[in-house]
Design a protein around this ligand. Structure first.
Ligand SMILES: CC(C)(COP(=O)(O)OP(=O)(O)OC[C@H]1O[C@@H](n2cnc3c(N)ncnc32)[C@H](O)[C@@H]1OP(=O)(O)O)[C@@H](O)C(=O)NCCC(=O)NCCS
Length: 432
């Protein structure tokens, strides 16, 4: 017998049998519960979607209590140890790890699309010298839509696959230009002869007219960071990607919206906020006073807490190990001690323990980026490069899912009932 939920409506005494599938009931099954036939029927109220599954997905699995994260079934720790960002992107998009030939062809395809149209440079020059790279990034990704009008053919498999390769290949190039713009330095063209990450490093750090070779340890560390950020199921920005894409926009404008959602300090902007917080704390001796301020409700401990993880974020564990490898090359960061002390105190303090607040992916990533030579304002853009793959994989899954339609939540209206318009000279000012 199938699992069902029996609901008794105390208003009418009627009973309803609602099927339970995959641990969920269908919200639409509640609509039959009503007092009169002409009523709308029962809805659920779930601000911030804390208990609502908006889709069926086969991409990423998270168990927040146990601290488990898997892409297409593969544990994140194994991917971080053995895979590359390019290989992981293939896995997320296609569901399986590539064979050697498939990987070669996927890498070649991406290399083909690294270059940006020359007009993108002119477009970027319009930004103020101190424009935040994330603002430049998301505007430029949106602007790509105007360069590739065929991107509107979202149900044409071949056209869609071309846009997917373009996006994954071009976001590092956009990030590189955005970063150089914020430093007032000339843009560096991509070089397909280099590795994906080596090319990105060169686009950021190369001096014009001189050779640039990136350090293999730092290259690998950034590769791992991109793997760790590549997808995280239905987070705020991915939900934005799916929501915008559900109106059948092209992937560039959908991704610009997703990047905008990522920009906020509660999401991908947290890595930048962590570094600013650590710098503000300054030294280990100031940590207890800062923790007290957080407990008194004066701000949050950035890089701590998560909607889904109620234990140590598995990505934070990998990042902490990676940080030590990076510091062996770059020298340690003076802020590492502040971060370690914050973590030590928070993990013992009842405020954080009782709320199950643990370090998340953003707590240590900023320290690594800083040690690698990145300015904090580029940190959210680095997050966006990795997450682009997840956004696209989720967007494609949404497009091909027969259950999906344009995303359009309901509301509970508690505002004024109908009333007549009052001419301006008859209005009485009401106190706020
Ligand atoms: C990630 C985050 C937005 C999740 O938010 P959420 O699931 O809506 O959780 P809530 O905001 O309801 O928090 C639950 C409780 O923990 C507290 N809390 C959550 N994160 C906290 C933090 N970083 N510092 C201090 N207190 C925090 C809240 O004040 C709340 O306390 P209360 O029950 O006394 O009101 C939140 O933990 C946060 O703001 N973290 C800092 C930003 C960050 O690192 N973001 C990156 C996420 S990868």
């Amino acid at each position: 017998m199938a699992d069902t939920l029996t609901i008794t409506d105390n208003r009418t005494g009627r009973q309803y049998e609602v099927p339970i599938t995959n641990g969920t009931i269908r919200a639409l099954d509640l609509r039959q519960i009503k007092l009169n036939p002409d009523e709308f029927g029962l809805m659920t109220y779930d601000p911030a979607f804390q208990n609502t599954a908006s889709c069926i997905s086969r991409i990423t699995f998270i168990d927040g209590d146990k601290g488990i994260l898997r892409y297409r079934g593969y544990p994140i720790e194994q991917l971080a140890e053995h895979s590359t960002f390019i290989e992981t992107s293939y896995l997320l998009l296609n569901g399986e790890l590539p064979t050697a030939t498939e990987l070669e062809s996927w890498t070649g395809r991406l290399n083909q699309h690294l270059t940006l149209h020359e007009n993108i440079k002119k477009f970027m020059e319009g930004f103020r010298y101190d424009a935040h790279p994330m603002g430049i990034f998301l505007s430029t990704v949106g602007a790509l839509s105007t360069f590739y009008p065929e991107a509107k053919l979202i149900f044409d498999e071949e056209a869609r696959h071309t846009q997917i390769a373009r996006l994954i290949a071009k976001v590092p190039s956009i990030a590189g230009y955005a970063y150089r713009h914020s430093l007032g330095q000339p843009y560096i063209y991509p070089d397909p002869e280099l590795s994906f990450i080596g090319n990105f490093h060169a686009m950021l750090f190369k001096r014009v007219g001189s050779q640039y070779t990136s350090d293999p340890v730092l290259e690998r560390a950034l590769d791992v960071l991109f793997i760790l950020h590549a997808d995280h199921e239905q987070n705020c920005s991915t939900s934005a990607m799916r929501g915008i894409g559900s109106s059948q926009t092209d992937p560039y404008v959908s991704l610009a919206g997703a990047a905008a959602a990522l920009y906020g300090p509660l999401h991908g902007g947290a890595n930048e906020a962590v570094l600013r917080m650590l710098a503000e704390i300054g030294t280990v001796k100031n940590v207890p006073a800062f923790v007290k301020k957080v407990k008194d409700g004066e701000g949050r401990l950035m890089g701590f807490g998560h909607r889904v993880y109620k234990s140590y974020d598995p990505r934070a564990k990998v990042i902490k190990q990676t940080a030590y490898q990076v510091f062996e090359v770059t020298g340690t960061s003076p802020l590492l001690d502040v971060a370690l002390e914050l973590e030590r105190i928070a993990l013992q303090d009842d405020y954080f323990v009782s709320r199950r607040l643990y370090p998340n992916v953003d707590f240590y990533s900023g320290l690594i980026y800083e040690a690698m030579g990145f300015k904090p304002s580029i940190f959210p853009v680095l997050f966006a490069i990795g997450r682009t793959v997840g956004w696209i994989a989720q967007w494609q899954e949404m497009l091909l899912d027969k259950d999906q339609k344009i995303a359009r939540p309901r509301q509970i209206y508690l505002g004024e009932q109908e009333r007549n318009f009052v001419p301006i000279n008859e209005r009485i000012k009401t106190e706020p």
